[in-house]
Design a protein around this ligand. Structure first.
Ligand SMILES: Nc1ncnc2c1ncn2[C@@H]1O[C@H](COP(=O)(O)OP(=O)(O)OP(=O)(O)O)[C@@H](O)[C@H]1O
Ligand SMILES: [Mg+2]
Length: 231
């Protein structure tokens, strides 16, 4: 397996009136191509902060971050944006769909920005997440769980190298959540997409090849699971 990315001693500090908060406090790990990582940890432990640093939405305060052979840009919004467009799919904790675009248009836009327009694939993905009938509706006209499924379809629509998800099944019932995870895992396998999913749901561990636990900005455990590596 080839190495996809490496973080070394990553720190992310926030200055607040009450003093500095160390949201990430010396995080070191590498991720190999094709791994499916689940990131677990209590509220406030630094999970979203870590995803934001992985995606170059946010800049670490200190430490090094390499993606393939590239130093990941920081403190430069243009370079960070093009890094994201090229490499990253992200399902946010509060899925941010564009309200003025239909379900289908939300997906076409992301593909277009990445230079990978493919309406056929957009429609197939919406079918896979069970939203065939909703493609021409606006986000305000569908339920929270349906919006979340649009965000999930959108995140893989451009074939990202790295797929990040923050509580991506948080609003779905168990049955829909399992269906969506199966769609995601099979897309990741077929297209060799590496993934890191944040969750509070220990039930999702069975879809992962590796589980990392974080507490107070530090990695407290990191385990590869052999249950899935056999495939
Ligand atoms: N913009 C900010 N300014 C100051 N402190 C922040 C900011 N964003 C996050 N923090 C702090 O950094 C720490 C990590 O926050 P983070 O959002 O990464 O947690 P999380 O693990 O994603 O939690 P949750 O499970 O509740 O989403 C928390 O102590 C939080 O209060
Ligand atoms: Mg969070």
């Amino acid at each position: 397996m080839k190495k996809l990315l490496q973080m070394e001693n990553i720190e992310r500090h926030y200055e607040t009136p009450a003093g500095a908060v160390k949201a990430l406090d010396g995080v070191t790990f590498e991720i190999m191509e094709g791994e499916r990582v689940i990131l677990l940890g209590p509220s406030g432990s630094g999970k979203t902060t870590l995803l934001n640093c992985l995606s170059a939405l946010d800049s670490p305060t200190a430490g090094s971050y390499m993606f393939i052979d590239q130093v990941v840009p920081r403190n430069n919004s243009e370079q960070m944006t093009s890094f994201r467009r090229e490499n990253i799919g992200y399902v946010f904790q509060f899925f941010n769909l564009l309200q003025d675009l239909t379900v289908l248009e939300n997906i076409l836009l992301i593909q277009e920005l990445a230079g990978k327009k493919d309406p056929q694939r957009a429609k197939e993905l919406l079918k896979l997440v069970g939203l065939e009938a909703e493609i021409d509706r606006f986000p305000g006209e569908i339920s929270g769980g349906q919006q979340q499924r649009v965000a999930i379809a959108r995140s893989i629509a451009k074939h990202p190298t790295l797929l990040l998800g923050d509580e991506l099944t948080g609003n779905l019932d168990t049955e829909t959540s399992n269906k969506v995870m199966e769609v995601l895992v099979s897309a990741c396998k077929q297209e060799k997409i590496t993934s890191v999913f944040v969750t509070h749901d220990e039930g999702l561990v069975r879809y992962a090849t590796r589980v990392i636990r974080i507490d107070s900005g530090k990695i407290v455990s990191d385990k590869s699971l052999d249950n899935d590596l056999k495939e």
